[in-house]
Design a protein around this ligand. Structure first.
Ligand code: ADP
Length: 470
């Protein structure tokens, strides 16, 4: 409706402007034609007049007629009327009227209309006779051998010009509402046609809101803005659906992983209370082990949630990656010794990245912890830091462990994913470690890659951007 009103207002403006230009041009054109006709008539009459001793006289059919003796000049202005017909007046050199067509009597001409031609130059103007009524008068000197011997005045009523222009204006005025109505109706129709796909889209979107996220809006075939909107909308729905599905699975997995240790602790406690378990100390130790696992799981979940929220960059500070690698190796040395594994640092290039120290520490810890977990006794885990180029650094954790089957490789970074080989071991992992590594690496503008040969070992590499040296 609003669009239609705007269209109509615009059209009205354009119409008014066009009409104004049209009327001015129309009027000027008509007047130019009146002028031309008057000039032609004046020279035609002047050719029939002769100078007879300082008095103009008419020559017709080879005879001379004294103008003052003629009551009328039938041949000159038989149809003389003020409004439409020709107006003619002839004066002598003294400015006395010798002949005047009757209608001319009603026209009061200014003195200049006689004085100026007598002085030798033509006079021309529109003379007002009554409301909306004008006569255009052309007044020329009559000359014979350079001498002015009289004045010829011809005139033409302009009423027909006024009425022609007036009638056109009335027609246009009468047409305007009709035109506006027609264009308004057309505009309204076009607008609703143009908006119909949007309305359909809205209806579809409302169904989606009411139902589930699997619903998609119809994509129109025409390659236009509406199609783009529908495609974008569907893309957004797909992303939302994926996010919600992942979220749901994550919650299901997390609850499962939280339930298991809690259930185990509960039954251990109940057994101890009921005396089924004879050694309460052993029961308490088991409960403590489960609680530790729970705490680890909750720490991981918290780390993931924080990383998801994108809190990393706020606490960014320069972190020496080589020193960090050394620290991790040192702190996990006892664990490696427990498992009879060699944990060592490889080549360590000096490298500084911008990031959050605890989070980067968690990344390296998780990788080394995995390497130690999935490497059998006697194996070696090596941590090294290499500057790739001026902008990037690679931190890699290489082990000589069990490796990862190629069918598992695409999934190991998923939350709660554990390869079968790992699941059967009593390592106590939750399948969140690598997900955290990946999320945190990405939060730092980097990525994690893995190379692995089953039975031979794996190498996890974290690519991170170097802190700019400015
Ligand atoms: P988890 O808590 O099970 O260690 P992660 O997310 O850290 O969870 O790892 C996911 C899975 O990837 C593990 O269950 C394991 O199967 C595999 N994996 C991770 N690191 C290694 C490694 N260094 N060697 C072999 N397999 C690994």
């Amino acid at each position: 409706m609003q669009l239609t009103l705007w269209y109509s207002a615009l059209l009205l403006g354009v119409l008014l402007l066009a009409a104004g230009v049209f009327f001015v041009a129309f009027r000027v054109l008509l007047e130019v034609q009146v002028d031309a006709a008057l000039h032609a008539r004046a020279s035609q009459i002047a050719r029939s007049l002769v100078d007879v001793g300082g008095q103009p006289e008419l020559r017709a059919n080879g005879q001379l007629y004294a103008l003052s003796h003629l009551a009328a000049l039938p041949r000159l202005d038989k149809t003389s009327t003020l409004d439409g017909g020709p107006l003619t007046r002839i004066l002598n050199a003294q400015g006395q009227t010798l002949y005047s067509s009757p209608a001319f009597a009603r026209v009061a001409l200014p003195a200049a209309s006689t004085r100026q031609p007598l002085a030798g130059s033509a006079w021309e103007d529109s003379v007002h006779i009554r409301a909306f009524s004008f006569v255009h008068v052309y007044s020329v000197p009559l000359r014979a051998s350079g001498q002015v011997y009289g004045v010829l005045q011809v005139g033409q009523g302009l009423d027909f010009v006024t009425s022609t222009v007036g009638i056109s204006a009335i027609i246009l005025l009468a047409l305007t509402p009709v035109l506006l109505l027609l264009s308004g109706a057309g505009g309204y129709w076009l607008t609703s046609r143009g908006l119909a796909p949007i309305r359909r889209l809205t209806a579809a979107a409302q169904r989606v809101r009411a139902g589930d996220l699997r619903e998609r809006v119809p994509v129109p075939p025409a390659d236009d803005e509406v199609r783009e909107l529908a495609l974008t909308f569907n893309e957004m729905l797909a992303q939302l659906e994926a996010t919600f599905t992942a979220q749901r699975r994550f919650i299901a997995d997390a609850s499962h992983d939280l339930r298991t240790p809690v259930a185990a602790m509960l039954s251990l406690a109940e057994n101890a209370r009921d005396g089924v378990q004879t050694d309460p100390r052993a029961a308490l130790e088991d409960i403590a082990a489960h609680a530790r696992r729970l705490r680890q799981l909750l720490t991981n979940l918290l780390a993931l949630a924080r990383a998801d929220e994108g809190q990393t960059r706020q606490d960014a500070e320069p972190v020496r990656l080589d020193t960090l690698a050394e620290d991790v190796v040192a702190s996990l040395q006892p664990l490696a010794e427990d498992r009879a594994l060699t944990l060592r640092t490889g080549p360590l290039d000096e490298a500084t990245v911008n990031g959050d120290l605890p989070q980067l520490l968690l990344v390296v810890m998780n990788l080394v912890d995995n390497a130690l977990t999935y490497t059998p006794t006697g194996g070696t885990v090596t941590v090294s830091v290499r500057r790739e180029d001026a902008a990037a650094v690679l931190l890699s954790v290489r082990d000589t462990g069990i490796g990862i089957a190629s069918s598992d490789l695409p999934h190991i970074f998923e939350r709660f994913y554990r390869a079968d080989a790992a699941r059967h071991r009593s390592t106590g992992g939750s399948g969140l470690g690598l997900a955290i590594v990946q999320t945190l690496a990405e939060a730092h503008g980097g990525e994690v890659t893995v190379q692995s040969t089953p039975g031979n070992g794996s190498t996890f590499t974290v690519h991170l951007p170097l802190a700019s040296t400015r």
